[in-house]
Design a protein around this ligand. Structure first.
Ligand SMILES: [Cu+2]
Length: 117
């Protein structure tokens, strides 16, 4: 019984960490070309700053074979792509107006943000 309580408390702590406390790694790109590693439930970096009004190239390196990691979706841009294992996933985005653009997997467990400025 005690064991179950401890597991429950750990699970709650993990959920709180995941949804409220986790701060994604940030990166800033000068040439608008960024490599993003997909593994362990996070995009690394998760927050990507790029220059606005300039085409963006993202190279996704998928290390997680779970189906959850299979697709990346940019809802505001109406772009989605199925990712193969490894780093052969290049996504070219049009020049973006300044603003924030989300990207996530189909279940929204993996979440990232593109910040054009
Ligand atoms: Cu997912």
């Amino acid at each position: 019984m005690l064991m179950i309580n401890i597991l429950g408390a750990l699970l709650i702590a993990a959920i709180i960490y995941w949804f409220w406390l986790y701060k994604p790694e940030q990166t800033q790109s000068d040439d608008n070309k960024v490599k993003v590693v997909v593994n362990n439930g996070v995009y690394q970096p998760g927050h990507i700053k790029v220059a606005a009004n300039k085409e963006v190239e993202l190279i996704f390196d998928r290390q997680d074979s779970a189906p959850c990691a299979e697709m990346v979706i940019f809802p505001q841009l109406d772009i989605s792509k199925t990712l193969v294992m490894g780093d052969g996933n290049t996504i070219k985005l049009p020049a973006l107006e300044a603003g924030e653009y989300d990207f996530h997997c189909q279940m929204q467990m993996y979440k990232g943000k593109l910040i054009a400025q």
